[in-house]
Design a protein around this ligand. Structure first.
Ligand code: ADP
Ligand code: ZN
Length: 284
């Protein structure tokens, strides 16, 4: 039996299952403070005989195994979780191998194994939700350098008519600051879900996301790009992205048909938790 945690800023999804992504039981626990949330996480997993665990976590996190703070959530704006030793806390109760990576890297792994990029040895998984984050599989492995990539915080060229200052706490008008769900809400004073009939909103969203995708494509040349997260429920953003991307790239690189190249997650909302099961399996 494998244990999996998709640790998010709003909720922790905990599941037990196997490496084929079959989930036999799952629960959701609100992300409050570590003592409270972790007590419920321990209580859930204590009922099982676990071989290994996998954690796909919100971040930034320390994934450098040579670091003294490996396994920590590091600089999150969620103060109570800052410098929280997540892997160590789990190890204290469950002394099994624990795979640890970002939530988006876990999702990328799952999509490359069982989802929209199945059979491909590279893909990029991007979530556009409360924040913007991306994970990548490159030559069959999760992309990791000194730490994990932070592709949501790249700089983009501002739309000439966009005067919204941006709301990334670190960079103001980086991609996340201009294009995540809270930025849409801050700019238009309404939640994204209530702006469906305002094409300008989704045109601007596509404008920023297409710039980001252009840069990811030029740097990584992924074999498929998967766009998930709450904001991407607005499917009209896809066609806007295709148009802007074609404009920006101006035929400089050869790409497959964009409708098949830039797609929704094959695993839907289960990409993160399935990826966490895979992280557990890889840790064995
Ligand atoms: P999280 O990033 O916290 O895991 P989500 O991916 O659901 O969660 O993203 C939440 C963000 O997405 C919120 O800012 C919310 O307003 C926005 N969002 C959720 N559903 C929709 C929708 N159908 N249309 C537009 N925006 C949405
Ligand atoms: Zn930023």
């Amino acid at each position: 039996m494998l244990g999996a945690i998709e640790a998010g800023g709003t909720k922790f999804v905990c599941a037990v299952g196997d490496e084929r992504g079959n989930i036999s039981e799952r629960i959701e626990i609100p992300t409050t403070v570590p003592s409270e949330t972790m007590a419920k996480v321990f209580a859930f997993f204590k009922r099982y005989d676990l071989e290994a665990m996998g954690v796909g976590s919100f971040g930034p996190i320390d994934v450098n195994q040579d670091s003294s703070t490996y396994g920590y959530i590091t600089f999150t704006p969620k103060i109570a979780w800052r410098n929280f030793p997540l892997v160590q806390a789990l190890k204290g109760v469950f002394p099994v191998p624990i795979g640890f990576n970002t939530d988006v890297n876990a999702a990328a792994l799952a999509e490359a194994t069982y989802g929209a990029a199945k059979g491909l040895d590279s893909c990029l998984y991007i979530t556009v939700g409360t924040g913007v984050g991306a994970g990548a599989v490159v030559q069959g492995k999760l992309l990791q350098g000194w730490s994990h990539p932070e592709m949501g915080h790249i700089l983009v060229k501002r739309h000439p008519q966009d005067e919204y200052p941006g709301r990334c706490p670190y960079h103001s008008d980086c991609l996340e600051g201009l294009a995540a769900g809270p930025a849409i809400e801050g700019r238009w004073n309404k939640k994204g879900i209530d702006l469906v009939d305002h094409p300008k909103v989704w045109d601007l969203e596509g404008y920023y996301l297409a710039q980001a995708l252009m840069q990811y494509i030029l740097i990584l040349s992924p074999k498929r790009i998967i766009l998930g997260g709450g904001v991407m429920n607005q499917k009209q953003i896809f066609s806007t992205i295709y148009q802007y991307l074609q404009d920006f790239l101006n035929d400089y690189v050869f790409l497959p048909e964009l409708t098949e190249y830039i797609v929704s997650p094959g695993l839907g909302n289960d990409a993160g938790i399935t990826g966490s099961l895979l992280l557990a399996h890889h840790a064995c």
